[in-house]
Write a protein that binds this ligand. Structure first.
Ligand code: NAP
Length: 259
């Protein structure tokens, strides 16, 4: 399918690895020129080189922490005019509800709620002026069903979801389409860290923790970054103009719900 976005320009935040990288690759395959971001320059440059050589699109890199005001300013200054924004950042650490104080919540809100809001606030007016824009926020299945050990994520991402629900409908009249993608378990560094934590707390191995988790997912496996990226690229495509403010779950059927 031709996604109709060849030659557009996208900022994909937190994209040297994992789900962000999957989104970047799928957009590149559709002919979109990219601005990639991550904190670590080495992995970022390696990813950019790989994408340039495989897809022949323009790829600019900005090594910066997207969750800081300075980092965002650096990324936005380098990026210039953009048609597509994919919001992403690392997830908050796991723990118990009784572990966290105000500072932990402020950090989680900064990373996973206020950073995507700041980038949308900055970029959507320019998209609206042009009459076309696409925003995809990578959130989590935790907005549909809370994950007990990820209380910081549950809280911050649900806040972002409420914001998007209201805002997406205010920018849609101007051709700016905003949606959220909700990953369930995907095979990335992040899930490997969570499996290792589970293994430690249950006195088992990471492989056993992973196998036990597969049993809870009807698809009996983790999702891939490629599958995730393909859905992201579709939401950024010309065909997605009537999908407004939705929360699209990619979880192999893990959340047992009728709708
Ligand atoms: P990942 O494999 O650990 O990759 C994270 C990427 O983000 C890396 O490129 C990392 O590079 C970059 N990054 C992290 N913090 C950053 C920051 N402050 N500024 C700029 N770049 C940053 O993680 P993932 O699995 O793709 O997860 C992506 C998001 O989806 C996370 O918020 C995660 O919580 C959420 N999620 C993931 C899953 C899953 O199963 N994988 C499920 C639900 C939700 P640097 O470290 O070099 O910055």
């Amino acid at each position: 399918m031709d996604l109709g976005i060849k030659g557009k320009r996208a900022l994909v935040c937190a994209s040297s690895k994992g789900l962000g990288r999957g989104c970047a690759e799928a957009l590149a395959e559709a002919g979109v020129n990219l601005v990639l971001n991550a904190r670590g320059a080495e992995a970022l440059e390696a990813t950019a080189d790989d994408i340039r050589s495989r897809f022949g699109v323009g790829v600019q890199t900005v090594a910066a922490d997207i969750t800081t005001e300075d980092g965002r300013a650096e990324v936005l200054a380098a990026a210039g005019e953009l048609d597509i924004l994919v919001n992403n950042a690392g997830g908050p650490p796991p723990g118990l509800w009784s572990d966290w104080g105000r500072e932990d919540f402020i950090a989680a809100l900064d990373s996973n709620m206020l950073t995507p809001i700041a980038l949308m606030t900055e970029l959507m007016p320019k998209m609206a002026d042009k009459g076309w824009g696409r925003v995809v926020n990578i959130t989590s299945q935790s907005v549909k069903a809370p994950i007990p050990q990820l209380g910081l994520s549950n809280a911050a991402r649900t806040g972002l979801t409420g914001y998007v629900a209201g805002t997406a409908r205010q920018v849609a009249p101007f051709g700016v389409i905003v949606n959220n993608l909700l990953p369930g378990a995907h095979d990335t560094d992040r899930i490997r860290t969570l499996d290792a934590n589970t293994a430690r707390s249950q006195n088992t191995t990471a492989e056993e923790a992973r196998a036990a988790r597969f049993e809870t997912i009807p698809a009996r496996r983790y999702g891939t970054s490629e599958e995730f990226g393909a859905m992201c690229a579709f939401l950024c495509s010309q065909h997605a103009g009537y999908i407004v403010g939705q929360n699209i779950l990619l979880d192999g059927g893990g959340i047992n719900a009728t709708i």
